[in-house]
Design a protein around this ligand. Structure first.
Ligand code: DQA
Length: 143
């Protein structure tokens, strides 16, 4: 099973950005957290992060026929991007939406997610564990 973990804008700034919301750990720590989890479960994992919407669309398109499941934190693009939704629909790869913070308990605009109706599940507010819970869900889903 091959999983692609996609992170959107400013996730590379973890550790520095709003630590009271996102914690003190860095993007590298996040990748380590996910990799350790996947290694234990014998899951093949790839990572992609970009601050650019089109680059995220390209990464989703590149996953076609190569990747079994996608875990995506589109970050701010969650609340704006029809292009990311359309790319996910185009490749039709089972996808779980994740967020580090609890987006439903923050500003009203963060409650809107363009990709949520397409995704098999959403995991939000569990910090870095949002990603590992999403991977466990995909593992079950893809069995
Ligand atoms: C986020 C929540 C988004 O609203 C925000 O724009 C982010 C991160 C999260 O992981 O909690 O950049 O997706």
């Amino acid at each position: 099973m091959k999983i692609l973990v996609i992170n959107g804008p400013n996730i590379n700034m973890l550790g520095l950005r709003e630590p009271e919301i996102y914690g003190n750990k860095t993007y590298t720590d996040l990748l380590e957290h996910i990799k350790t989890h996947c290694d234990k479960k014998n899951i093949d994992v790839e990572f992609f992060q970009s601050n650019h919407e089109g680059a995220i669309v390209d990464a989703i398109q590149d996953a076609y026929k190569k990747i079994d499941g996608i875990v995506i934190n589109p970050a701010a693009y969650t609340h704006t991007s029809v292009a990311i939704l359309d790319a996910l629909k185009a490749v039709s790869i089972p996808t779980v939406e994740v967020h580090i913070s609890n987006v439903d308990e923050r500003e009203a605009f963060r409650k809107i997610s363009y990709i949520r109706p397409y995704c098999k599940n959403t995991v939000s507010g569990l910090g870095f564990d949002s990603y590992t819970v999403a991977i466990d869900f995909l593992e079950e889903y893809l069995k």
